[in-house]
Ligand binder design. Sequence first.
Ligand code: HEM
Ligand SMILES: [Cu+2]
Length: 552
Amino acid sequence: MVELSDGNLGSNKPHQPPANWRVYFSFSTDHKVIGIQYLVTSFIAYLFAGLFAMVIRGELMTPPSDLVDRSLYNGLFTMHGTLMIFGWIFPSLVGLSNYFVPLMIGARDMAFPRLNAVSFWMLPPAGLLLMAGFFVPGGAAQAGWWSYPPVSLQNPSGSLINGEAVWIVGVAIYGISSILGAVNFVATIFRLRAPGMTLFRMPIFVWTTLSAQIIQLFGIPSVTAAVVLLFFDLEFGTGFFNPAKGGDPILYQHLFWFYSHPAVYVMILPAFGIVSEVLPVFARKPLFGYKVVAISSIMIAALSFLVWAHHMFASGTPNWMRILFMITSMAIAVPTGIKVFSWTATIWGGKLRLTAAMHFAIGFVAMFLFAGITGVMLASVPVDIHVNNTYFVVGHFHYVVYAGTVSGIYAAIYYWFPKMTGRMLNENWGKIHFWLNFIGLNLLFIPMHQLGLLGMLRRVASYDPQYQPLNVVASIGGFLLGVSTLPFIFNVVISWTRGKRAVANPWRALGLEWTIPSPPPVENFAKIPVVTGMPYGYGLIEPTPAQPTASE
Ligand code: HEM
Ligand SMILES: [Cu+2]
């Protein structure tokens, strides 16, 4: 697949060891350093958001509200959701894209390296600001991650500095960072591809990053407008959304979901890309239907802007509109189904190597299928009216974001860790991590569907005693997930410092990132490679033609 312009890429360069660890705490414009900064920072946010989830699950062990008081409970689920989305899922995927997109397209860095660093350095203040919400008068924001008015306009403290205002500013900083990042990714992918890297030779991870970042570019302005106006209503008493002043709270819902439904594809598309990288490597087969999979990513991004009102079936939306959005929502199952079909066909009859990365990738496909089925159920107006605002919805989206995206992120880390650090992760601990995670997540999220069908509302600290048994099961699953993270953290810390050294291409994968040393030298490619073929020629022309170079 790859021909090197000098035929001897990087092999006569001295191997550059990973930079001093202090580099990771300083302003660097190297996309690889920034990628790791994103990954580590977002993981810290994940631990906080996960801790809040544990407290929520602790509260829900018993029917009355006894562990935390109700307003703190509201603050906890609001901050859990917000930190998970803006602090963990978005930035960790951006971290992976930051590290790997330039390598996968044969570039030396992102298009705008300094802008890239600026995007990253907006995250720590945004995260700290969100956390500061717990310490201002009246406590953290309580209106959920949607922040719907009029609930979000209540301001229990009456003070100008209040949890909701802090929340809005924090989220706005995340938003600005995401727009800058999106500009950078789109420019990089369109302008910096190596010679011969045509669009239809790009790995699917690059396609899905592109699709996700295009969504960010077109969508974030809408939600930004919404929260800026919300800020005025909250702080200065304007009446854009406040019904008491003649404002329209439904307008907020439209502006919010116009972006925030597509945002769920920002959270899942790169995970689709990761799975499309991992499955062919460990099945030793080409990705089935590469071109269709690539196009389906763009189709998903386009369609995602036409479905937002499925979040508003119970908001007084007129019937013709509900039918319209029901149909568009169900249509998303077509490009998504294409991908699931392709993954299944890719591993079908393959010579599977069940590495930890492969465990998470296959787990992803199975679990995402389940999420997709409950998604189509929710797209159906009569079903949604019945389960709207219940735990069925919470179960559905956690299958998407946790069983789906988080599994994808783990697959990516097990797969790319050797490239990023020059060390191998321990496979056995990886598999233990997978199974604890797999059992925990199903124990946690399956009962939520049943609870929702039985009518248990979400965002409540106390509930009817009939719901207790299923909640206890869910909480046990939740605590197991907390525990399952420990082997992962130990594995990363120990392997990073003293794990087995990784060669340039330990998985015998195709793809430009595997043609350079692990970890890659600062300039990535000594000579920019010339690409001559498709990215997934597994099993077709073995041994792999992507020459590994300068391995230890
Ligand atoms: C460690 C595993 C997790 C557990 C135990 C967990 C548990 C929960 C619980 C109990 C709720 C409250 C539901 C409600 O009252 O409506 C919730 C809400 C939520 N979770 Fe998670 N969750 C986990 C992981 C995640 C992840 C990875 C994401 C990624 C985006 C996420 C996103 C959300 C969102 C957006 C909400 C809604 C918050 C709101 O109502 O405004 N969760 N979660
Ligand atoms: Cu949606």
